[in-house]
Design a protein. Structure first.
Length: 421
């Protein structure tokens, strides 16, 4: 049996029972700990939920190092305001903490997992051990033709994001992070191209997302629906780049062909009023329901009452909701972009090329109509989706994959098969 490696994990965001970045950090710890000893550097404000979770479900091989700057030095950070600057500084401070721990422990591998962002550096790359960067994302962009539909706030956000990414790609420390990585993992091929351009010698595409076996089992028990009304669901924060307007417009087309249909949106955010006004203009009164932000358990209950997930995100590195929908046996309609395009296959859903807004709306409407009128197709796609999650996106199997990845990086051998498919 191979000896357990000593792994140092950088997870700025790491919190149990959360989605997005905090869920990524926590799930990677859970996937690594059965195989190796893992020391996790994370923020001090994650301590309470982590220790509560460990009290209920211990991880004997996981050790947590909590680090933050003193409160008086971060008075200027409020929520998401200033988060990227603070994260940059935190990474620098975490390096010195990591260096001290490396002298005491003698780590075999360093690994950065959150933030899932390729245009900000990770100073763990400076330690004298093999270093893995990612999976990271952020290389995805909203196609230019789709930006005109955004609010002023949305267009400013996209320009600021483009500028931040350009500055990051020209940051010498980001380039140093890329060049020193023994392996760069990216969530999408778009980010992989950018990471190769930064000088990363070896890049593989690997989703950061995976579902726990208990989640897969729970979602797998949800029965498929055949009764009317046919329901389409979208779930996520109501942000401009999530593209939920590209769900409402084709749904209006579906309504004319299948009057007994409904569209449920779960989530809240700055675009809610704009989306509600759009639903009114499209004449969808009584057919579209905005549920607002809900607890995850309640959201999954509503997923069981829907037939199809539509996730028309315009630059999503992840797309965890697509995995949850497939695990629940619900086909996914998405744009052929970013993380969802990697997760969803032709057997588990319908991907629409984003050539223009008008074409995308037509094709999304056609996809809705096809699934609305063919319950057998929905059932086949649902079965294939559940199988794909079990084969490629379960935490247990992802843990096996990560274990092999560590051993190959440590020994310098080449991986003889894709890290994910």
């Amino acid at each position: 049996m191979e000896r357990r490696l000593k792994v140092l994990l950088s997870a700025y965001a790491c919190e149990p029972d959360k989605g997005s970045e905090p869920g990524v950090g926590w799930n990677w710890v859970r996937q690594i700990a059965p195989f190796h000893e893992v020391w996790v550097i994370t923020r001090a404000n994650n301590r309470e939920p982590i220790e509560k979770a460990l009290g209920e479900h211990p991880l004997p091989n996981a050790h947590f190092i909590y680090f933050d700057f003193p409160r008086w030095t971060r008075f200027w950070k409020r929520g998401q305001r200033g988060v990227h600057l603070y994260y940059y500084l935190w990474q620098l401070g975490a390096y010195f903490v990591a260096r001290e721990w490396h002298e005491r422990v003698g780590f075999d591998i360093g690994h950065h997992v959150t933030f899932v962002n390729y245009w900000l550096p990770s100073f763990l790359a400076l330690l004298p051990i093999p270093y893995i960067w990612g999976p990271v994302g952020g290389g995805e962009s909203t196609p230019r033709a789709f930006r005109s539909a955004f609010s002023l706030r949305g267009r400013i956000y996209e320009l600021a994001r483009d500028l931040s990414r350009w500055l990051g790609e020209h940051d010498p420390l980001v380039r140093l992070t890329a060049r020193r990585a023994a392996l760069g993992l990216t969530t999408t091929e778009e980010t992989a191209k950018r990471m190769r351009a930064l000088g990363c010698p070896r890049v593989e595409v690997m989703s950061e997302a995976a579902l726990a076996e208990e989640e897969i089992e729970q979602l797998g028990k949800l029965p498929l629906r055949t009764a009317l009304p046919f329901r389409v669901l979208s779930l996520g924060r109501l942000l401009h780049w999530k593209g939920f307007h590209l769900g409402l417009e084709p749904f209006a087309e579906l309504q004319r062909a299948v009057p007994e249909s409904e569209y449920w949106l779960i989530g809240d955010g700055p675009e809610r009023k704009r989306l509600e006004r759009l639903a009114d203009r499209l004449g969808l009164d009584g057919k579209v329901r905005f549920w607002g932000a809900l607890a995850r358990a309640r959201a999954l209950e509503l997923l069981a009452e829907c037939d199809v997930l539509i996730h028309p995100s315009l630059h999503d590195s992840g797309g965890w909701v697509c995995l949850e929908a497939m695990a629940a046996g619900r086909p996914v309609i998405c744009l052929d972009l970013g993380g969802p395009a990697f997760q969803v296959t032709d057997e588990t859903g319908i991907k629409v090329l984003p050539l223009s807004p008008e074409q995308a709306v037509r094709d999304l409407a056609a996809a809705m109509l096809k699934l609305a009128t063919d319950p057998d197709l929905r059932a086949r796609m649902g079965k294939a989706g559940r199988q794909r999650i079990q084969d490629d996106f379960s935490c247990d199997k992802k843990g096996d994959l990560i274990n092999q990845m560590y051993l190959t990086v440590k020994t310098g051998n080449k991986v003889d098969h894709p890290l994910n498919s």
